[in-house]
Ligand binder design. Sequence first.
Ligand code: NAP
Length: 433
Amino acid sequence: MRHIAVIGSGPAGYYSAEALQKLYGAAVRIDMIDRMPVPYGLIRFGVAPDHQSIKAVSRRYEKVALSDNVRFCGNVLVGRDVTVPELTGLYDAVILATGAPDDAPLEIEGGGLPGVIGSAAFVGWYNGHPEFAGLAPPLDVAAAAVIGNGNVALDVARILSKTPAEFVGSDIVAHAFGALGNSSIRTIHVLGRRGPHQIAMTPKELGELGHLQGAVPRVDPDDFPPLLDDALLEPGQRKSVTHLRHFAALEASKARTILFDFFAKPVRIEGAGKVERLIVEKTRLDDKGAAVGTGETYQIDCGLIVTCIGYKTPPIEGVPYEEDRGRFANADGVIGGGLYAVGWARRGPSGTIGTNRPDGYEVADRIAADLASVAGRKAGRDGLDALLAARGVDVVTFQDWQRIEAAEAARARKGSPREKFVAIEEMLGARKG
Ligand code: NAP
């Protein structure tokens, strides 16, 4: 029998568990440890609430979770309730699937002013993450700036633009639904430090902006390279740029406008005690495609700035960490000493949910190879249970989660799949059914 601990129950964690099950069959016991009392990580707290079809992948993870040799241990924080050396002592292998939940900082003057919010916090707020439920972003302002040209920037711009009717069928939490319904924001600037050909957005997600009920996306036609250059792009990127060219032909005919500011590098944030304006330097591309400042600046008046410029994995004491890349130091997922990393904790914050699947399968193969000549004598879950019980840790099981899930469904707004509990105590209380 092999005992394996997976820390984190998001996509990377579940694909690893699935792969280990396929590899070892009944000869493995997998414990999935999560600091939250609820599973699925990024699927619950990151994927946009109006993208329910993406969230549906959790049904696949549920199948893994309900199998005999997989167990969910929620409400257990590694580093507080149990340490990594304790886990490597108890399990044959420990997989870090902790994602990248911390914002990469925007290191410019004024970056700490109230009203400057990282996307982890902003997305966590509208997705009901307990740490960010009390965020109260300033929405009583006329304009917002969203910094970054990736899919997270698109999510944030879209959520800021939608009418209440467009949230029907989503699981946006009540506090965000109410606040966004009362928002005064009319202009949403989306800033890219490079140009339309360099965006990191995907075509399906970008195309959605063209179909909003109450908002129109707009692009300055002067920001495009010659039309013929689009042929040099790979097909997905060409599709995205075609959307942008279409946006450039639209009129500002709706209550809200999403304005793409390309070649726009944020240099300073100003305001008396809170964000009032963003100072931006115009850029151009150098011969390597990097943004270089032109010295020409302009100002965007705005009361909210959401930075969507990437994420970092929080370090865990004793685990080697690459500061510059914001992830665990690893070679193809192997950290050493019985420790492995998958998903964003391994690669950094890139790729879609499906990108984590090969990661999970690869790490399972590496573990099997590493353990091939090692006798299986670890205590596994019995050891963990004894340790957590001695420390009085209130462990949430998958069956507990199913009761929480049922309670969230039972209190959903009409047309919504669930109304999430946003406080840990509420989640724990709902276990009783
Ligand atoms: P991302 O795709 O890496 O985009 C980050 C953006 O931030 C880039 O445009 C980058 O510009 C910009 N940036 C970085 N540092 C900056 C700075 N200091 N100042 C100004 N701009 C800066 O990251 P993401 O949007 O956070 O998304 C993370 C991953 O999740 C991606 O793989 C994404 O596709 C995925 N995701 C997918 C979906 C979906 O499929 N629906 C939704 C959300 C997220 P440069 O290119 O110039 O560096």
